[in-house]
Design a protein around this ligand. Sequence first.
Ligand code: SF4
Length: 197
Amino acid sequence: MRISDPLLFSRMTAIAAAESERPLTEALGLDRSSLERLAWRHVPALLPTLATLPPDADRGADALEEPDLRAYLLEHRAAHSEEEGWLAAIVARRSLRPNHLWQDLGLADRGELTWLFRRHFPELVAKNRFDMKWKKFFYRALCEREGVPICKAPNCEVCNDAVSCFAPEIGSMLPKAPPHPQWLPVSIGTDTPLPLR
Ligand code: SF4
């Protein structure tokens, strides 16, 4: 499965825009200027929505573990591109949501998330060679760094928690925001940003 960056960012911004309880900047963990650059480059359909944000809209307060996860992702990025900086911030912020990570990123299935990591953070895919759930994988990695053991067993093969770490992350795509009224789609192909829906 291949998925372009514009489509990835389109999906992520659309799911974040569906949250009415906080500004888009906070839902994505990006300040307004970063989000505007992202939109100009990948999701121009988002620009009318961004125009409604306060000029000083920022990404809001980090959760306790968020800076560590963001830094961990950045350590493993492939190209040191600005896109990968945005992705690290978005993945770290969205990982705080309660669903499977692929769902809270607005993706169609877990395969799209694996593609994102393979393209932009390939060392993570290599490290997660047994295909652990991504949130479990991240928090296990961060806890190991801090010297805090979270595993009750010496290895996964004899662990009673294996189901919670490795069960398939199945589910449905979460509802997205409706399209902004100023945006009129021209064409949609596999590599074309989707409307905000
Ligand atoms: S299955 Fe058990 S040993 Fe393996 S990562 Fe999960 S908690 Fe740790």
